[in-house]
Design a binder for this molecule. Sequence first.
Ligand SMILES: [Zn+2]
Length: 369
Amino acid sequence: MKKIEIGTAKSEPGKLTYGFVDALELPTGTQDKLAVMIAQGKEDGPTFFITANIHGNELTGIGVIHDVVTQELAEQLKGTVVAIPSLNPTGLRLYQRYPEYQDADPNRQFPEGRFAKPDQDDEDKKFPKPYEQVANLIYSILEKYANYHLDFHNHTLRSIPYSIMDRIFYDGDDEKEEAKKLAAKQLGMIEAYGAAAMVASDFPPKKYINLKYHRSCSGAVLNSLRIPAFTVEMGSNNVLLPDIISGSVKGTKNVLRWAGMLESPMEKVTEFTVPAPEHRVRRFEHPRSEHSGIVRLLVEPGEKVTKGQAIAKITDIHGKPLGDGFIRTDHDGYMIALKDEVTIYPNEHVAEMGIKDEYDMIAPMPPKK
Ligand SMILES: [Zn+2]
């Protein structure tokens, strides 16, 4: 059996083992540590990583990991499941998105990898910031051991569970076939996760890079390490909903079945339903407001909407309509995530929708100069 050792967590065939890996020394004299769980089967097989809570206020993945990664799983597995229930322990304790020691999105701090530009003059690159150091550690652990990776998030409070298909970048035509194969594997995983989440491709390639999604956890694992990986946004941010956990546990086990790591039959998700669009959809921040004002959403998460439909009411603080009083969509599509806030400024979006994806899943690497 493959031996896995991450900090004090050591794999043992047929057992669930636990431990911690040192992440960052804190100025107050203790260590920030990441908890690690290893469920290893008695038979050889792939190593599947499940991670969660990189955004400290996105909680559902912790519950899913606790229910999936059990002694019972270790007894049935072919291969090994490694789980890190919180990639951002200080964020979890403070119940906030960012870690206490870096006021920036932790899910954009993973190595540039294949996207790195030759940039000798950039002195900052020699001195990774605090969470960047943690991200480098997590990345190196995945690089050493992972065959597959699944990262759990939650979008807004009123959002549906959805799987994100990252764009896959290739460097020159030689890599195009390999990128297509990687995309097919990623799609296989996502389809196995199945009805536990609607499927949406990520933003178009240019926006994907501008937002540094290639430096997100699953984005870096997929694009730089070329390991099949995806993110699930489970909806219902900030709360643990038992039905979402239970359906997501089934989806996760179905991915392990797809990977040949569990022999039991695929389970049906009955806890909730998500839309099954007739064509591939992509994430799209839409519709946007022309005014500053107070918004009230008129649609439900998951709802199918048509071009011209009013998505939100918009008024001033006295309750008087602004413009014709509505924010309308210019696209047919599905409501993925409704904004939590009631206030809005010009150009801000009230929701994220899934609209028809006219872009390829694979794209050429952006130029390095
Ligand atoms: Zn997140």
